[in-house]
Design a protein. Structure first.
Length: 249
């Protein structure tokens, strides 16, 4: 629907995971970031949420490793139902894209592909086409090594080559969330979500590259049993995603 304007982590301590954006061999896939701006208060959003979950699960876009994030905005929270996963931080992130894309206003559901193109989040054909277009652009390699969960904090060693005019961000996202909506446009529906972004933290500049440990704390409000760490390089000014990688913990 168009709209003008409109914790405890139960995981074993010491678990480690290693991944990297680099893939070898003839079947190597290029990572593409899909951000879905959504809300449980929007009746048009559940189909987009379902599509994002399908793309994440099936990974059937040729040549692509689609890394997804559900980013719940808070501008629907006044309309009868407060989305428990919403935050002003995600609204502000979408507003930055609104300005870059000269959209005029924010809306949900909106999918943003590699920070370069926004479209209706339930538009399957358009989303697939945008991912395929993103595959034509070069991508920086991001390495995530020795990702470790301890309580509600995630630490990892991250490596990225120098990318002038770009910054490095780390996202902690609940692998899976769900809720039963009691009021608002989705009243009576049980909704599920994938890769729900809880915190997006700028961890450094890439002017001279990056090769060090990062640490991000998951907010107490998260009840997820599994967490995804997504790390991406975003170009200042354009907002384009120049590289992305993830580790699932």
């Amino acid at each position: 629907m168009l709209l003008a304007a409109c914790g405890v982590v139960a995981m074993a301590v010491g678990f480690r995971f290693t991944t990297s954006a680099r893939a070898a061999g003839p079947d190597a896939k290029k990572p593409v970031l899909v951000e879905l701006f959504t809300s449980e208060g929007c009746s048009s959003c559940p189909p987009a949420d379902a599509l994002l979950q399908e793309i994440d699960r099936e990974q059937n876009i040729s040549g692509a490793q689609v890394i997804v994030l559900s980013e719940h905005v808070d501008y629907w929270d006044h309309d009868g139902w407060r989305d428990p996963f919403s935050s002003a931080e995600m609204t502000a992130r979408q507003e930055a894209y609104v300005a870059r894309f000269s959209q005029g206003s924010a809306y949900t559901p909106e999918a943003v592909i590699d920070g370069a193109r926004g479209l209706t989040g339930s538009d399957r054909r358009g989303l697939i086409s945008a991912v395929e277009d993103a595959l034509q652009r070069p991508k920086a390699e991001i390495g995530i090594m020795n990702a470790t969960v301890s309580g509600s904090a995630v630490a990892a060693n991250v490596t990225v080559a120098a990318l002038p005019r770009a910054d490095l961000y780390a996202v902690l996202a609940d692998d899976h969330d769900e809720s039963s909506v009691a009021r608002g446009e989705n009243s009576g529906r049980h909704l599920t979500h994938v890769a729900v972004a809880r915190v997006i933290k700028k961890v450094g500049s890439l002017n001279d590259g990056f090769n060090r440990q990062i640490s991000v704390t998951l907010p107490d409000r998260s009840k997820a049993q599994q967490v995804r760490l997504v790390v991406f390089a975003q170009e200042r000014g354009t907002g384009h995603i120049l590289g992305v990688a993830e580790a699932r913990l």
